[in-house]
Design a protein around this ligand. Structure first.
Ligand code: MIC
Ligand code: SF4
Length: 642
């Protein structure tokens, strides 16, 4: 039987297990990436493993999330990251060099290889024909130490493209269409592999937009074959030696096939406040727009920004609109500057921001209250922009440009101007001077640790009896942005768990932290897809720190469930979902004999002491996960087995 691209890469990296869908497997990791907001924790964790140098082929530490430097905290973190990278054999991409996923695609992503990144949009590099997976920082730390990455073998879904996109329809619309069809839960336990005759019409940056937004489907990752378009991009990046051809065998097998006719797509838009609330732009056209943000790892490539510049050239944006442009990398920034496109953008009235995550993670540019903000980004979870009642829509750079000119939501086909066809450059501008190689004399490097960098909190082995109250009961699709927000106020505290814990669940219950401390911890009850979105393990470490010992929900998002296990919090699911309805916030719960139960049973019994009844939950843990939990988390477990 022929193999698909996923099977080929997994097979060449398989450490344990077989490639049957849903079986437990482990794969070796060639490359890792971290960013500053998750990186400090990941490196503090790596340090406790006592290994002198990373054991991966390539590890890169990026600074892109937290670059405002409103106080000493960010700057201290950057010093820590830079000196740590120099000492432990890690490349360091300085603040200003760009967003991790964009820079990684340009300079490091490699067909046929594996990449584990402490950021949920790591699958961006899947555009290059590699298996690129987002994970918690601790999993990335273990990979840097040479350990494999454990996962359930996902089902492989073929997305078969045919035809060619029509003018004003972007690759963003392909993935928005998939989100419309499958929803934010539609990719759980799956890898999407793209194929079909329409594939060759898409360049690598266009493929990256798709692979990047695939994270919003809840998918493990998205992957493209490595073909002539891959070679074309690598050549233009001066990296043709990294190319290998990698295509599925003609008789390759897939668990599911989804067909998309590119000619039939039209400009789409995701409405507030979920990336799957997708409709054609024409259905919401006419609403007044106050803010437009073009950028983020999803749509900030050279070709994206050149097309925006071409649409805006010689015109002025609507007087009521604020338009910001965030180039994805220094390479993109420098190329639009040298070509003159930057001047066209400035002349049209755009505000130019540095190459970083910026507005996407709420680092400035919070929109006005109740106003429409159109963004070319990948997440519009409520409040993520920094404005509690935000109205954030997600769309392509074409749609964003049309809205900027008209001041209302506009289908770009209505612009009645020539469609900006931007060819792939024959040569990108290459200057890696902001990527620092590790030190040749690591012993001589002293790691700088500012006062904001606090030691990692730890916990002992898993308790046999847990008793406490339900501190919070929440509904479906709770994101890690709800659990622990980011933004300019909270991001600077990512290296300081005691301080960041005060922000736990603050958008849902302002007194959560106070309650958790007074009651010495307790439980959380949730609905479906609990913990979707960001990979931030702080959404597990901070709950551990305030004494949350178990969480009971209808279902979990993949990365968050692993993070809970890694930090010794029991991730339980209701056997009977009706029990979710019956439990009230504030109820006292008691679980006994936990350690033995985990070892022998797939389920646990919990007494609702307040209401006087017992319900059952299942854990769905494999043996390794049980052992990690019994040890009180992955660090304890790894140190013990070392
Ligand atoms: C995000 O887009 O939510 C982030 C910020 O990039 C996160 C990582 C983080 O919270 O540090 C992610 O996607 O994993
Ligand atoms: Fe940065 Fe936004 Fe991309 Fe996350 S989604 S890595 S915050 S640009």
């Amino acid at each position: 039987m022929g193999k698909n691209v996923v099977q080929k890469i997994f097979e060449s990296h398989l450490v344990s297990g077989t490639l049957e869908a849903n079986g437990d497997i482990a794969i070796s990791i060639d490359q890792t990436l971290t960013q500053d907001a998750t990186g400090t924790m990941a490196y503090l964790q790596f340090e406790t493993l006592g290994i002198p140098r990373v054991r991966t082929i390539l590890s890169v530490s990026y600074v892109d999330h937290n670059t405002l430097q409103t106080g000493f905290e960010n700057a201290d973190d950057h010093q820590f990251l830079q000196t740590f990278a120099a000492k432990y054999g890690i490349f360091f991409s300085k603040p200003g060099n760009g967003i991790c996923h964009q820079v990684h695609l340009e300079r490091f992503a490699k067909p046929g290889a594996t990449l584990l990144g402490s950021d949920s949009h790591t699958p961006n590099a899947g555009a290059m024909g590699m298996i690129a997976i987002g994970a918690g920082g601790l999993d990335v730390a273990i990979a840097m130490a040479g350990g494999p990455y454990y996962l359930k073998m996902p089902e492989v879904v073929l997305i078969r493209l045919k035809g060619r996109l029509r003018p004003w329809v972007a690759s963003k619309d392909i993935i928005l269409e998939i989100l419309r069809r499958l929803t934010v839960k539609g990719g759980v336990g799956k890898i999407f592999e793209f194929g079909g005759p329409g594939l060759k019409t898409l360049s690598i940056p266009e493929r990256a937009t798709i692979a990047n937004l695939g994270a919003e489907l809840g998918a493990t990752t998205t992957v493209f074959p490595s073909d002539e378009r891959t070679l074309e991009f690598l050549k233009a990046q001066g990296r043709e030696k990294d190319w290998i051809p990698l295509e599925p065998d003609p008789d390759a097998n897939y668990q599911q096939v989804i067909d998309i006719d590119l000619r039939k797509l039209e400009p789409l838009i995701a409405q507030p406040s979920s990336p799957d609330r997708v409709v054609p732009v024409r259905e919401v056209a006419g609403s007044e727009v106050k803010q437009i943000c073009i950028g983020s790892c999803n749509n900030s490539s050279y070709m994206d920004l050149m097309s925006v510049a071409k649409i805006l050239k010689g015109k002025k944006i609507h007087p009521n609109v604020n338009l910001t442009i965030t180039p994805g990398s220094k390479q993109v920034f420098e190329m639009i500057a040298r070509s003159g496109a930057l001047a066209d953008l400035i002349s049209a009235g755009a505000r130019i921001l540095e190459s970083a995550c910026g507005p996407c993670i709420g680092m400035g540019q919070a929109p006005p209250s109740d106003a429409v903000s159109i963004r070319t980004m990948n997440r519009n979870f409520s409040g993520r922009s920094g404005t509690p009642d935000d109205q954030v829509y997600l769309a392509s750079p074409y749609v964003a440009s049309a809205c900027a000119l008209r001041g209302i939501i506009t289908d770009p086909r209505k612009l009645r101007q020539e469609f900006p066809r931007i060819p792939m450059p024959k040569k990108f501008f290459i200057d890696d001077s902001m990527i620092l190689a590790p030190s040749k004399n690591p012993k001589g490097v002293v790691i700088e640790r500012g006062p904001n960098i606090k030691p990692l909190p730890t916990r002992g082995p898993l308790e046999d009896v847990m008793e406490g109250s339900v501190l919070l009961k929440v509904g479906d699709d709770i994101t890690t942005d709800h659990i622990l927000p980011a933004g300019a106020r909270v991001l600077p505290l990512r290296s300081n768990i005691p301080a960041i814990s005060k922000h736990l669940f603050e958008r849902l219950d302002h007194d959560f932290f106070k309650k958790a401390i007074e009651r010495e911890g307790g439980f959380i009850i949730g609905g479906e897809n609990y913990g979707q979105g960001s990979s931030r393990e702080h959404a597990a470490i901070a709950p551990m720190f305030v004494g949350i010992r178990a969480i009971m929900v209808k279902s979990y998002a993949r990365i968050h469930r692993s993070n809970l296990i890694n930090f010794g919090i029991l991730p339980l699911t209701f056997k009977d979902e009706k029990d979710y309805e019956r439990i009230g916030q504030g109820d006292q719960l008691r679980i006994e004999g936990i350690r033995d139960c985990l070892r022998v049973n797939g389920y646990l019994s919990i007494r609702n002491v307040t209401q006087g009844w017992v319900f059952e939950v299942q854990h769905g843990l494999n043996q390794r996960e049980i052992d990690i939990l019994l040890a009180g988390g992955l660090l304890n477990y790894t140190r013990r087995s070392a």
